[in-house]
Design a protein around this ligand. Structure first.
Ligand SMILES: *[C@@H]1O[C@H](CO)[C@@H](O)[C@H](O)[C@H]1NC(C)=O
Ligand SMILES: *[C@@H]1O[C@H](CO)[C@@H](O)[C@H](O)[C@H]1NC(C)=O
Length: 769
């Protein structure tokens, strides 16, 4: 293609402007052929007759199609235009115009424009054109420009530029770029049209447009023209808004250096200092956590009297981000002194800081000040204030905030009510919450309460055992078609289960299962809650049924679910189901790994059921597998099992093992041992173990341990010793005997027939002399 443009350049130099048009056309046709590759024409053939090439360039087919697509009344005009008879085409247009007053179709207008622009008589036809100019719109000019530009027909492009001016058509950037491109082969003409465009557009030309003109110039190797465009661009000065945006976006990206250099470039351009650009730089510094730098710039701004409310707010934000409320307040004061009026944003920044550091007095002071400046509270103000309510004692402020809402005429919206509900729940003011919720219902509009807020409310009312409110909330939520989430559903199930409404919870789960779009919300946690519920209410059959259902519905069971199930079986004395369940764990895909809770639960279950041997067997298996280490809870369960069956030998062996495994015994372990040894008539050993254990592990036994030891004394018919132990404990003041201790002692003394001792014990229990 480079060779062709060179040829064109040479040719246009040689030939006079008059005949060059003809040649241009021939060359354009040649380019067309080469581009379309429909014919292989040797480059030499450029001297071929014009007629032949016109035929090659304009195959008959599109021409025919064009006629078919045009209404018959315009055929004349179209044919004349295409034949290059501009004058006759205009006359035909005039005739049609007086007859029909119909606008010329765009494709016909385009052809007329091209005929006119190419016509040697163009100048003399302009008067006629002017009369008909309404028929030529930007679309037809752009289409004509596209053609003329493709042909690189300089004269035609130039005329189109003038004609558009005559027709008062607003020359679009696209149109102008096309015309300039059409001038590619004539440096001088290109220079001239670009000068015209720059002069006409002046400062209203966009940078992207000027950039594309520059591209056209470089494409035509016309550096001189490119230069005048770039000079024009520079004379327009920096685009302040654009530069501000650039600085901001660098700040958001965390690239402070780039932001600063963009700022410097703007400053170097000699642009007048603008607060907007400065503020963008300030914000960029704050975004990049460069407060000292921001402060320096801020000083510079103040010197030039450039700082405005936004600048002060930004600096305050910087201080608040580094938790320096004091400095923020100082900036606030300076702002006052500078005669600037704080905006709501300013106050909210300070308010938020006060609330974050828990200074509620300070927070209210700011609200008061804000109001005194004539700035009313908004729903954001109230949301921030609501965050300050964290504990029970701050409930009174709820009503203050409510009256603030009322006096500022703020409607509760979804976000605000959510914040309000959370504040009520945090401060335990469910009554106020319920009242406000009822008022919201009464407003009659669609109630604006979000799913998560419903979830929080259901949970809170469930925790205070207000099942009725829980049920009502659920009902409203379903009626209002609030989008249900897994969390909200989980809250509802938990609230019902923990209040012994397991069957109702189970019904809700099944309802969700039968609804296509809620089915996916059901998860392992929700089912585990149901299993737990049925376990607590000892509905064995239901536990098994839910578990079966889970398998059928393909709800993945994890270790927690299995543990919940196992706990259910253990509590309900259904240990015979355990092997089956363990098999299920192993057979799951992927297998569910038992954890320490799994083992403890099963061991405990076996011990409760009196099957201590099985419990020991499981411990052995566990040790063999070796991936879970037995813990204190598990050992305690086993020891307890031994204690119930007086298996002293095994228990002591177990204790030894516990020591070796490095498992630290607790008060509970000691209590079990005291029971075990007392029953097995090893009283001395019981005393011994309490002494050595507490010494060895460096802790003092609690009253439960001593009570068990007293019980052991009594069991061994040494009531006197129990009483002495009591006296010793009281004297040492390590722990205080409780009701259980005295019950044990009293019963022991009475059984031993020691009535005065019993009396003394009773006195002691009631703190009588
Ligand atoms: C600048 O160009 C826009 C369209 O790009 C036009 O609406 C506006 O009138 C022009 N202003 C001047 C002063 O030419
Ligand atoms: C046993 O209870 C006592 C008294 O409450 C306490 O100080 C001690 O730490 C407990 N021992 C262990 C191991 O928890």
């Amino acid at each position: 293609m480079a060779s062709i443009s060179q040829i064109m350049e040479n040719v246009s130099e040689v030939l006079s402007p008059l005949t060059s048009e003809l040649l241009m056309f021939a060359l354009a046709a040649l380019v067309y052929i080469l581009a379309s590759r429909s014919l292989t024409v040797p480059v030499k053939k450029k001297s071929g007759s014009e007629k032949d090439e016109r035929k090659a360039a304009r195959p008959r087919q599109p021409w025919k199609k064009e006629m078919e697509e045009t209404a018959e009344v315009y055929h004349d005009i179209l044919q004349l235009a295409k034949g290059g008879e501009a004058s006759r085409a205009l006359s035909a247009m005039k005739r049609l115009d007086s007859a029909t007053k119909m606008a010329l179709p765009s494709q016909v207008a385009t052809k007329v424009l091209l005929a006119l622009a190419k016509s040697p008589q163009c100048e003399s036809l302009k008067k006629d054109f002017l009369e008909l100019s309404v028929h030529f719109d930007l679309r037809s000019f752009e289409a004509a420009g596209t053609e003329a530009s493709r042909w690189r027909n300089v004269a035609c492009c130039r005329e189109l530029y003038h004609l558009a001016g005559l027709a008062s058509v607003h020359k679009s950037e696209k149109f102008l770029v096309l015309l300039v491109r059409g001038h590619s082969n004539d440096h001088k003409a290109m220079h001239s049209i670009v000068e015209d465009i720059l002069a006409e557009g002046a400062s209203n030309l966009s940078r992207p447009f000027l950039d594309s003109l520059v591209t056209q110039c470089f494409g035509a190797k016309n550096q001189d023209t490119a230069k005048i465009i770039q000079e024009h661009e520079n004379s327009m000065g920096m685009d302040t808004n654009r530069q501000a945006r650039i600085i901001s976006s660098f700040g958001k990206e965390g690239n402070l250096d780039a932001a600063v250099s963009a700022f410097q470039k703007w400053k170097d351009s000699g642009a007048a200092p603008t607060v907007v650009v400065y503020n963008c730089l300030l914000d960029a510094c704050i975004e990049c956590k460069a407060l000292p730098r921001a402060l320096k710039i801020f000083e510079e701004m103040k010197e030039q009297s450039l700082a405005d409310v936004v600048s002060y707010n930004t600096i305050m934000k910087g201080h608040l981000m580094s938790h320096d409320t004091g400095s923020a307040e100082q900036v606030f004061m300076q702002m006052h002194q500078a005669g600037l009026t704080a905006s709501r944003v300013t106050y909210h920044g300070l308010l938020n800081a006060m609330v974050s550091k828990g200074d509620r007095t300070g927070a209210w002071r700011i609200v008061t000040e804000m109001k005194s400046q004539g700035i009313g509270a908004s729903s954001i103000t109230c949301s921030i204030l609501l965050k300050s309510i964290t504990g029970r004692s701050q409930g009174a402020e709820l009503s203050t905030i409510l009256s603030l809402l009322e006096e500022s005429d703020i409607q509760m919206d979804e976000v605000l009510f959510g914040g309000f509900a959370d504040a009520c729940i945090r401060s335990g003011n469910l009554k106020i919450l319920w009242k406000q919720y009822q008022q919201l219902l009464k407003t009659g509009q669609p109630v604006q309460v979000s799913g998560p807020t419903y979830g929080n409310m259901i949970k809170a009312f469930g925790q205070v055992q207000d099942v009725q409110s829980v049920q009502q909330l659920w009902k409203h939520m379903c009626e209002q078609h609030v989008k249900l989430t897994a969390v909200t559903l989980g809250c509802m199930v938990e609230a019902l289960v923990s209040n012994n409404h397991v069957s109702e919870a189970w019904k809700i789960v099944n309802d969700a299962w039968s609804s296509e779009d809620q089915r996916e919300l059901l998860n392992t946690v929700i089912y585990s809650t149901i299993v737990k519920g049925f376990t607590m209410s000892r509905q064995h059959d239901q536990v098994i049924a839910v578990f079966k259902e889970m398998k059928e519905r393909g709800i993945a069971c994890n270790t927690v679910t299995y543990n919940t199930m196992l706990n259910g079986l253990a509590r309900c004395g259904m240990m015979h189901e355990v092997p089956e369940l363990l098999k299920g764990m192993r057979d799951s895909d992927p297998p569910v790994q038992p954890d320490i809770i799994t083992y403890s639960t099963i061991v405990k279950g076996y011990c409760i059921a009196g099957d201590v041997d099985r419990a020991f067997a499981l411990l052995d298996e566990m040790k063999k597998l070796g991936n879970v280490k037995p813990d204190e809870v598990l050992y305690n369960s086993l020891l307890d099992g031994c204690a119930k069956q007086s298996r002293v030998e095994e228990a002591l062996k177990l204790l030894e093992e516990m020591k070796q495994e490095g498992v630290v015994p607790s008060n509970y372990t000691l209590s079990i041992l005291c029971k075990l040894l007392g029953r097995g008539r090893h009283l001395e050993q019981a005393f011994e173990i309490v002494k050595t254990f507490t010494e060895e592990y460096g802790f003092k036994a609690n009253i439960q341990v001593y009570t068990c030891l007293m019980q052991a004394c009594i069991h061994n018919r040494q009531c006197q010793r129990a009483v002495s132990l009591h006296d010793q404990v009281v004297k040492d003041g390590v722990c205080v005997p409780d009701a259980k201790t005295y019950t044990v002692l009293l019963r022991g003394c009475l059984q031993a027939g020691l009535v005065d001792k019993a009396l003394a014990v009773t006195r002691c229990a009631y703190h009588l002399p």
